[in-house]
Write a protein that binds this ligand. Structure first.
Ligand SMILES: [Zn+2]
Ligand SMILES: [Zn+2]
Length: 168
């Protein structure tokens, strides 16, 4: 997703991209993307300053952490950056991730570098197929969404078992 600043007209420009995850530097092989990354960008160029707003959509397959079934996720990420040339000498790259000084990067900006982190942040650490997923029975291994088992009724906490023994 390389943008040549010299190609952009002053004012507004909209651009659409469809790229493979690796093209925007997402090279985590454990992520199973099921489609290219779709990105819509709106630029506003004014002199040495370029604002970008955009949205990327990705689809990927992940295993539900509760039932371990593969589940399809669609994620949308929104982002906003300001690229600026002419960094004053007394200003260093600060904490503001959305303000990017272009002095060291030249006129060709690889936006994938900046967008990738936003996409990766959106990917859940503990994906679930549905919020109400009942998971797998730790006792018999049955997927409880499909086949509710009877283990709960049968299993008795050993501490209760001990109490019962005392009573009897
Ligand atoms: Zn699940
Ligand atoms: Zn069970």
């Amino acid at each position: 997703m390389i943008i040549d600043l010299n190609d952009l007209e002053e004012g507004f420009t909209d651009l659409d991209f469809e790229e493979l995850p690796e093209d925007i530097h997402i090279d985590d092989e454990s992520l199973q993307f099921s489609s290219p990354v779709k990105t819509r960008l709106s630029f506003y160029k004014l002199g040495e300053s370029l604002s970008v707003q955009g949205q990327s959509s990705v689809s990927l397959g992940m295993d539900c952490v509760r039932c371990l079934e593969s589940t399809a996720l669609s994620l949308d990420t929104r982002f906003k950056f300001v690229f600026q040339k002419g960094r004053p000498d007394n200003v260093v790259d600060g904490d503001d991730d959305s303000l990017i000084w272009l002095d060291d990067r030249g006129d060709k900006v690889d936006l994938g570098q900046d967008i990738k982190d936003y996409i990766l942040l959106e990917i859940p650490q503990n994906p679930v197929c549905t919020e109400s997923c009942a998971g797998i029975c730790p006792n018999c291994g049955e997927n409880l969404n499909a086949n509710p088992c009877t283990c709960k009724e049968e299993s008795i906490d050993p501490r209760w078992e001990a109490l019962r023994a005392i009573k009897e």
